[in-house]
Write a protein that binds this ligand. Structure first.
Ligand SMILES: Cc1cc2nc3c(=O)[nH]c(=O)nc-3n(C[C@H](O)[C@H](O)[C@H](O)COP(=O)(O)OP(=O)(O)OC[C@H]3O[C@@H](n4cnc5c(N)ncnc54)[C@H](O)[C@@H]3O)c2cc1C
Ligand code: FES
Ligand code: FES
Length: 1322
């Protein structure tokens, strides 16, 4: 064994040389940066590599390390004859001036990576750049930061530093990227607020076709790009670094040890084998680490030694030989892709492999995660449908594996052998991908819940070798499927059958598909059995069809084999750019970025059953751990119940009965978060009377479990008499249903509580409802409310979840802080957050419709069920709101609605953007589609004959004095070229058999309700003329701060020359000291109400200042703001004013005003797989006279894209046995990525609109566009209907939300017998 003398980690961080003495080998880079270095720009909401918020850049440092000598062991530097060798970058070997660093062949120098996955020890000898290192508000923004600012690409801002760093990672390597590269760069970054379009627009300014940035930093003095002089630093690459002198790294070897765990970096294969052997001889366990990205999927097993293999030159080699290409056992996927790209012409398999790899994980993972790591991960977890394993097996890759117990003897094996081998002590040294004969064809397929950054539900690879002279298959075809059974499976019998058979014989296909289906029977344990079985045949069909010469394939079939290349999607057409000013430097402080001296950390202990009595809780093992401070539960507290404002008492900790899986039964408090997490797992909870949980509508009906007094029962008109009119004698009757949706705010629920003197408590809460938090914490601590102060700076997303659900988190945290009289932080991790906070609640609506021949709906009978969970959460009259929204934009005379809410053993569902509105619009529009289908009328016509007109009254009693729904509809029809496109869709569908399009136009109405809601503002003017505003709303990305500042600037600026510069205004943290007894922030109306309160305050100031302004006005010239304030001060004018609003009822009905919006969405659906692409989305919102069009357009984009997730991909799965949410991570819950938005995405505000009933004639923007997003699902439904026509099914077929790829393919229901290769019959 060599001597490992170095026990500290050295690296360059934003230009500084950093040394960390004996770090914790378990620590990840992100924690170190945030906790030890205070670099809180990066966020770590998921810790799974799933969201990209933690993106930083990892780069090499050129140094004269001894690596090259130390790695030139017998197995290290021998180069094969006739082979072209290069080394992959990003390891010590790339810096040695030999094969890597600076070499033209170096694939990628600066790599965006996930700091939540990369171990701190792995950055030794590297350069790390964080968002703070590239620009700041003080020293000037980096052009990438400036671009996202200028294009209004941030809302809550939690994802922004990650977005910026991903983009920086592109331009720092390549100052002239293509538009496509820009679009592809964000495949690992999620944003829940913006809908991506403004971010992409901003970043597209760097594309070589648009680049006006010249890669220069913005000057903080001039606000322009640095020309010369003040910015001496040169090109983009160097901006992140202070150009440190390159320092010497004494040795690439490293051994770090803490608490019995070692991190050892071997620099040669011999050293690695020796390390494996000695560890085993000592009876210890060892795990090799390359990128450590697998820990984002499966928590790694506990071991004694972690062996870093990234500096072993041999494992980093890439080579190109006549017979194939090979990569070393530590080569990152990105480097493999570059090699494939450069050598595509060598083998028919290399291009398809490359294309498939673009859909593996995302840039950050691929940049450091290795091919070998993927194979080993699959070996350890057979159920993981690895893309890489499947496609490499199909490409007949060979592995060279060395075995430590055989002193490094190497064996060359196939992937099939690999998966059947015990791999104890094995090292994948090399992966060889042979060149295929030019006559062979190679195809791969993948279906996933999302286009990128999503694991496969099923994948496949086909090598189809054809003897073109004889027109038969050769004997060496390879067919591999992943996701059918554990490990990739070769279809050996099908392969054997094909040998010698005629390629274009339809019978050969028909027979072989049957053999395939018999041979590869889907393992039900993997789930989605029927869907996977269908996909199996569909992939096979596509591969077969692809063998035909293009000109012989009937046009109707051609599109089913043209796989949309995700890398070309979506390069959106230019749309008008709007500018706005938000900052993107990572300087914005969120709750967990606060440094609180002496803070302790808390973690919930959660129930693992859903419906049982609590028998006992034993925290003794946890309390025995060093550093664990206390455990609190209901038993240790006097008052932990609180009223959640809907007259329902909830417990912070379950006391007698557990009502849902994940419910908090206690709280562990410890010195660190990691310790608290570990200790919480050691608390032993036992249960008795464990009952089967009530989870579904069916369960609730069977158990008759419904909330009393939460029902709606509405009868209007004479339903029975009208039911028999028209063509539909018995009415149409079926069901519309929508599922759960998780808010997916990147900043999870959290609180910091700091006890003060005299039993006071400062609560920093991520809440939308500070007044309620103050009230409930007061109740919990049994203290008057004046001792509780709640502060809210900003939220990293909320969408309704932080209205009521933030309360128990703040209360638990306060109870702990009060008990210990120390500050306590309670930050939920994403899994806990998803499990304990209910999302949007599912609805089911059984309907019957009475309708006339001309499409007029005369009566509706609706039976609506809602699954609300274990507590009733909404203070909003949830079911009572059904009549407010259910009529959408239609006048229907007769109604019979009965609705009730199921009490189930799930966490309480809560508000989510447009609650009740979104779901009821979907119900109504399903009925519109259904009527159209049954009457054989266009759905648009059915909508139009039923549509409201000015002078009508809505179901909820609102008189429509202003009703411009028709105007909105006509306007979007024209701007989206709707009629023409409807024809084009029909034509497309007649020309294509298995790929169909659908186009849908959906109008919506939304009602603004703000009666009896108080909002308060306090405006202070200081002697220097600067202004601070306190207001009662919570800024969570909706642009509230900007809007109130605009209103203040406009109002105060009216009495001075030149108006008032917004730079004078600062909007302060929201606090209950100033904003007491105020309404929550939600329902889209807060910006308007707070702006009104600010205007009231500013008007008071204007009144006081007006006389002074007049006095100072000379020759018609008003005073400047500074002159006015100076004079006002000397006159003793009070420069503080409070504004309050408490709106009364509106004369036209229960609402202040109605807002209308509409969307046209066009989709393309692969009928065989369910894969859906949104080709174009047009949304038009009547926003009145918008207060800030950039903000409002941002809201439109964001709401519509959240809707895309709800309607297509966001699927909740709950374990029927115990109520556990199994889709509780970024790995299995798929919100839309930047590749899922419409290819052509156009959002606009209705021009020349005004709203006499709104503030400054504006209307809200946050929720109406969400309702229009169901047009996505209805467009898919139309496409499915067109697909069903191909199999002779013309009956009504509806989709429930979410219409996942699985549901869509199953609804299309194409039997295998229809997959015929009798081309003449087409
Ligand atoms: C968010 C995310 C999305 C993903 N999406 C996909 C996807 O769509 N499709 C897909 O196929 N995969 C996907 N993956 C898996 C990804 O490809 C793997 O995590 C990655 O390839 C593992 O490489 P690594 O170097 O990080 O391995 P590590 O995590 O470092 O190691 C993984 C295992 O391999 C062992 N190992 C590593 N190298 C060797 C070697 N040379 N010899 C012997 N053992 C070795 C390690 O000991 C460890 O047990 C995803 C991963 C994440 C985090
Ligand atoms: S925190 Fe790292 S990817 Fe989400
Ligand atoms: S701005 Fe992207 S998550 Fe909020």
């Amino acid at each position: 064994m060599p001597s490992y003398t170095k026990s500290h980690v050295q690296f360059e961080l934003n230009g500084e040389h950093v040394t960390v003495e004996e770090p914790d080998p378990k620590a990840v880079l992100g924690d170190y940066l945030r906790l030890e270095r205070g670099l809180t720009g990066l966020q770590m909401p998921c810790r799974q590599g799933g969201c990209g918020s933690c993106t930083v850049i990892l780069s090499p440092i050129r140094c004269s390390s001894s690596d090259s000598s130390s790695s030139s062991s017998s197995s290290g530097k021998k180069k094969k004859k006739d082979a072209v060798h290069v080394a992959a970058a990003n390891h010590a070997g790339d810096d040695d001036g030999g094969s890597g660093g600076g070499d033209d062949d170096e694939p990628l120098k600066h790599r965006p990576i996930n700091a939540c996955l990369l171990p701190l020890c792995a950055v030794d000898g590297k350069r790390v750049t964080t968002v703070e290192g590239i620009g700041s508000t003080k020293h000037g923004l980096h052009p990438v930061q400036q671009a996202i600012v200028t294009h209004n690409g941030t809302q809550c801002g939690f994802c922004t530093p990650g977005m910026v760093m991903s983009m920086y990672g592109l331009v720092v390597n390549n100052s002239q990227p293509t538009a496509q590269q820009v679009e592809d760069q964000l495949d690992g970054n999620l944003c829940r607020c913006t809908g991506y379009r403004p971010i992409l627009d901003g970043f597209q300014t760097f594309a070589n076709c648009n680049n006006k940035n010249n890669n220069k930093r913005m000057c903080n003095k001039s606000g322009e790009q640095c020309a010369s002089g003040c910015d001496k630093e040169g090109d983009m690459e160097e901006l992140g670094s202070k150009r440190m002198e390159h320092w010497e790294l004494p040795d690439a070897r490293l051994m770090v040890s803490r608490d019995g765990l070692k991190w050892v970096r071997a620099v040669s294969l011999d050293e690695l084998y020796a390390l494996l052997q000695t560890t085993k001889h000592k009876g210890r366990t060892i795990r090799m680490v390359r990128g450590n990205t697998s820990s984002g999927i499966y928590p790694p097993p506990a071991v004694d030694v972690l062996a870093d293999i990234s500096h072993i030159s041999k494992l980093m080699e890439l080579s190109v030989q006549e017979k194939g290409i090979s990569i070393g056992g530590a080569v990152p996927i990105t480097d493999f892709m570059v090699l494939l790209e450069r050598n595509q012409s060598l083998s028919p398999s290399y291009g398809p492999l490359l294309k498939h790899l673009k859909r593996v994980a995302h840039n950050q993972v691929r940049n450091i995660g290795s091919v070998a790591g993927n194979l080993m991960l699959t070996h350890a977890h057979g159920e993981f449908a690895s893309d890489i394993s499947t496609i490499l097996m199909a490409a007949e890759a060979k592995l060279r594996v060395g075995f430590a117990w055989e002193n490094g003897d190497e064996h060359v094996i196939s992937l099939e052998q690999f998966f059947n081998l015990s791999l104890d002590g094995a090292v994948i040294v090399e992966i060889f991908i042979p060149v295929m004969k030019a006559s062979a064809r190679f195809f791969t397929y993948k279906v996933a819940l999302r286009r990128v950054n999503a694991h496969a539900l099923l994948n496949a690879g086909f090598k189809l070798a054809v003897n073109s002279t004889k027109g038969v298959f050769e004997s060496n075809c390879v067919i591999v499927y992943g996701g059918v059974r554990p490990y990739p499976q070769r279809a050996r019998k099908t392969e054997a059958y094909l040998a010698g058979k005629k390629v274009f014989d339809p019978k050969v296909f028909a027979d072989s598909v049957q053999i395939l289906q018999r041979e590869l029977v889907v393992d039900p344990a993997l789930g989605r059995t029927e869907y996977r079985t269908r996909l199996l045949a569909a992939f096979f069909y596509k591969a077969f069809l692809s063998l035909f010469p293009q000109d012989t394939i009937p046009p109707r079939l051609r599109s089913s084999i043209v796989e949309g290349d995700p890398s070309e999607y979506p390069v959106s057409k230019p749309i008008p750019k709007l500018s706005a000013g938000l900052q993107a430097t990572g300087e914005a402080q969120y709750l967990d970025d606060m440094v609180v001296g002496g803070s302790l950390y808390a973690t919930f202990v959660q129930a693992t059953v859903a419906n049982a009595a609590l028998k006992s809780i034993d925290p003794s093992k946890a309390l025995a751990m060093k550093g664990v401070i206390t455990f609190i539960s209901a038993a240790s507290l006097k008052a932990d119940k609180y009223c959640n404002l809907v007259s329902e008492d909830e417990e912070v900790f379950a006391s007698e009965r557990v009502l849902y899986y994940g419910q908090a039964v206690g709280l562990i408090v410890a010195n660190t978060k990691a310790l608290a997490d570990e200790a919480a797992r050691l608390v032993v909870v036992t249960y008795s009377d464990v009952q089967k949980p009530i989870l579904t509508f069916e369960d609730a009906i069977a158990a008759d479990s419904f909330y009393e007094n939460r029902r709606v029962d509405l009868q209007i008109g004479e339903i029975l008499n009208l039911f028999y009119c028209g063509k539909l004698k018995n009415g149409v009757g079926v069901q519309a249903s929508v599922g759960h949706q998780y808010h997916f705010h990147l900043e999870t629920q959290r609180a910091i509580c700091i006890p003060g003197e005299d039993n006071s408590m400062d609560v920093y809460s991520s809440t939308q409802n500070p007044s309620q938090v103050q009230h409930c914490v007061g109740v919990g601590l049994n203290q008057p409310q004046h001792k509780i102060t709640v502060h809210v700076k900003r939220l990293g997303g909320a969408y309704g979840s932080k209205l009521n659900r933030s309360v128990p988190i703040a209360m638990a945290c306060a109870l702990a802080a009060d008990k210990l009289q120390k500050p306590v932080k309670l930050i939920l991790d994403i899994g806990t957050n998803m499990q304990v906070v209910g999302g949007r609640s599912p609805y089911r609506c059984d309907y019957k419709i009475g309708v006339m021949k001309d499409g007029r709906i005369t009566s509706l009978q609706l039976r609506i069920l809602n699954n609300h969970g274990a507590h009733f959460d909404f203070e909003y009259p949830m079911l009572e709101a059904i009549p407010v929204f259910i009529d959408n934009v239609y006048k229907i005379p007769n109604w019979d609605i009965k609705g009730k809410a199921a009490r189930t053993n799930l966490p309480a569902c809560t508000w989510m953007r447009g609650p009740v509105f979104v779901e009821t619009v979907f119900m109504m529009e399903t009925m519109m589609e259904h009527v159209a289908s049954v009457l054989g009328m266009p759905a648009d016509l059915v909508r139009e004959v039923n549509m409201f007109k000015k002078g009508d009254t809505t179901l909820a009693g609102q008189y429509l004095e202003f009703c411009n729904v028709k105007e909105v509809l006509d306007s979007i029809k024209e701007s989206s070229e709707y009629e023409t496109r409807v024809k084009q869709v029909k034509e497309f569908n007649s020309l294509n058999q298995w790929v169909k399009r659908g186009i849908s136009l959906i109008p919506v109405k939304f009602s603004a309700s703000w009666t009896a809601v108080q909002h308060i503002a306090l405006v202070n003017i200081y002697p220097d003329g600067s202004i601070s505003i306190h207001q009662s709303g919570c800024e969570m990305g909706q642009g509230l701060d900007v809007k109130v500042a605009q209103v203040a600037a406009m109002t105060l600026g009216s009495i001075v020359e030149g108006g008032l510069d917004m730079a004078n205004i600062k909007v302060q943290t929201t606090t209950t000291v100033i904003a007491n007894n105020v309404g929550e922030s939600g329902g889209s109306v807060t910006s308007e109400l707070c702006a009104m309160a600010v205007q009231v305050a500013c008007n008071k100031l204007v009144e006081r200042l007006r006389v002074t302004s007049r006095m100072l006005t000379t020759l018609g010239r008003k005073p400047s703001w500074r002159e006015l304030i100076e004079a006002a001060l000397t006159s003793g004018i009070d420069l503080q004013a409070r504004g309050r609003i408490y709106p009364g009822p509106n004369q036209n009905g229960p609402f202040q005003y109605l807002s209308f919006a509409a969307a046209v969405t066009e989709v393309e659906v692969d009928i065989l797989t369910g894969d859906t692409r949104i080709l174009r989305g047009d949304i038009l919102l009547d926003c009145g006279k918008s207060l800030n069009p950039a903000i409002d357009i941002g809201q439109v984009h964001g709401a519509y894209v959240q809707g895309i997730g709800f309607y297509l991909s966001e699927e909740y799965q709950i374990d029927a046995a115990n109520g556990k949410l199994t889709t509780n991570s970024t790995w299995n819950y798929k919100v839309p990525s930047s590749k899922d938005i419409p290819h052509d995405f156009r959002a606009s505000l209705l021009p020349n609109s005004s709203n006499p009933s709104g503030f400054l004639r504006s209307k809200f923007s946050g929720e109406p566009p969400y309702g229009t997003a169901c047009s996505v699902l209805f467009a898919v439904q139309q496409a499915v209907a067109a697909g069903r026509e191909e199999i002779g099914a013309n009956d009504w077929c509806s989709l429930s939300a979410p219409a996942t790829v699985e549901k869509v393919a199953l609804a299309a229901n194409v039997p295998t017998s229809f997959l015929s290769l009798s081309l003449q019959s087409q």
